[in-house]
Design a binder for this molecule. Structure first.
Ligand SMILES: NC(=O)c1ccc[n+]([C@@H]2O[C@H](COP(=O)([O-])OP(=O)(O)OC[C@H]3O[C@@H](n4cnc5c(N)ncnc54)[C@H](OP(=O)(O)O)[C@@H]3O)[C@@H](O)[C@H]2O)c1
Length: 383
């Protein structure tokens, strides 16, 4: 029986992870849950799964929860509460599904404590990739990627000689603006950017999908997870989101991973690995006619993808700087304080302005993150 802590349980990935757990009561159980501000949903999740350790962002919400719950788990709140759930001794597996760099420390702690960490929080790998790997090696933890493209690559690269691999390709749906001309993209509204054609996700990653920054973060994530250089990781636009990744071998052949575009599949893959059992998603129906297309990404209309390659090549804290600028710019766009095209301009400006340093300590990474956030906020304030 795997005993699971879900960090970010009220989000898109968190709720899907709980559905996977509910589908495998003989294999999976919930021991700890942590969320942010959605206390009503969190209360319902606690009543249903009865975790022994719970945390929310706000102290007042934690008090409210204590007054409402029909049983008495350990109560926590704030960043320390997230840590408490990540390190709860009753859990052997942690689903890291908090959004943004807020998930960095809890992911690192869980790896250092020797847990299996199913990482959806790609920002923690982008910002502190080397630290995550060091924590995993020091603590004997296990890191399995929840991102569908990386779970697909994990599957494709199992048992493969590294020398036989030429490149990997991760696919991108292309987002809502795939066919839009540049002039129209420049003036895109919040509602247009939130209208993703194939995936239903939280707001931050949905905007990142519209700018293709999400794919850029995933290129960096792939480099961290599989030890690949920027030149070995390519992106192919595939609007149907059914092929998730491709492994290209030295002899010119490719293997592709195909599954429905439902995040419960990669979540289940990481929770039950190495077993692959029937689950909450029906097997692929090959009796239906299908037409799939593949195209190259357009870096002129989607410059954030190019910026991610630039940050990956620069190395050190450059990915943390880009990620922090992007988090600030996306939040400002969602709040109506910044235009869609300004997101890439803010990211480019902060990445160019701040020199990258070594990313070998948590303090250095967090300092680069803070500095980039301040720079991005000042840039936005002067707009
Ligand atoms: N959604 C997808 O299909 C998908 C696919 C691949 C990867 N990912 C990655 O998975 C992560 C989560 O994405 P999502 O779409 O699930 O986001 P989401 O729907 O916005 O959910 C984010 C979760 O994090 C919680 N949270 C936010 N800040 C927190 C804090 N400071 N302390 C504790 N909890 C906090 C939120 O709590 P409240 O809602 O209660 O405030 C919520 O439970 C992101 O890194 C994303 O890039 C998502």
């Amino acid at each position: 029986m795997r005993r699971i802590a879900v960090l970010g349980s009220t989000g898109s990935i968190g709720t899907a992870a709980l559905e996977v757990v509910a589908a495998h009561p003989d294999r999976l159980s919930v021991t700890a849950l942590a969320a942010g501000r959605n206390r009503e949903l969190f209360l319902a999740q606690c009543e249903r799964f009865q975790p022994r350790c719970v945390s929310v962002s706000d102290e007042g919400d934690a008090r409210w929860l204590r007054s409402q719950l029909s049983y008495a788990p350990e109560f926590h709140f704030g960043p320390e509460g997230l840590q408490a759930c990540a390190l709860y001794p009753g859990a052997d597996t942690v689903v890291a599904a908090v959004v943004g760099a807020a998930g960095l420390q809890s992911t690192e702690s869980a790896l250092r404590a020797g847990r299996r960490v199913c990482v959806a929080n790609k920002e923690s790998l982008v910002v502190g990739g080397a630290l995550m790997k060091a924590a995993m090696e020091a603590g004997g933890g296990e890191l399995l990627p929840v991102d569908s493209e990386h779970a697909a690559l994990h599957q494709l690269l199992q048992g493969r000689e590294r020398g036989s691999l030429r490149e990997v390709r991760i696919t991108a749906s292309g987002g809502p603006f795939r066919e839009w001309p540049l002039d129209r993209i420049r003036a895109a509204t919040r509602e247009e950017a939130l209208n993703h054609p194939t995936w239903k996700m939280g707001p931050k990653i949905t905007i990142d999908s519209a700018t293709l920054m999400n794919k850029g973060l995933e290129v960096i994530e792939a480099s961290v997870l599989f030890g690949l250089t920027a030149d070995q990781i390519a992106v192919t636009v595939h609007p149907q989101s059914q092929v998730h990744a491709m492994a290209g071998f030295q002899d010119g052949t490719y293997q592709l991973q195909v599954c429905a575009n439902d995040m419960k599949l990669p979540i289940q893959y990481t929770l039950l690995y190495p077993d692959q059992l029937p689950g909450p998603v029906a097997p692929y129906d090959w009796t239906q006619a299908r037409a799939w297309s593949f195209e190259a990404p357009d870096l002129e209309r989607f410059p954030c993808l190019g910026l991610a390659y630039e940050a990956l090549r620069a190395g050190g804290t450059a990915p943390a700087i880009l990620n922090a600028a992007n988090e600030i710019a996306v939040a400002a766009f969602l709040e109506g304080r910044l235009g869609f095209w300004d997101i890439q301009a803010c990211n480019a400006e902060v990445l160019a302005r701040l020199p990258a340093g070594p990313a070998t300590t948590l303090e250095a990474v967090l300092a680069a993150d803070r500095n980039a956030r301040d720079n991005a906020s000042s840039w936005i304030a002067l707009k």
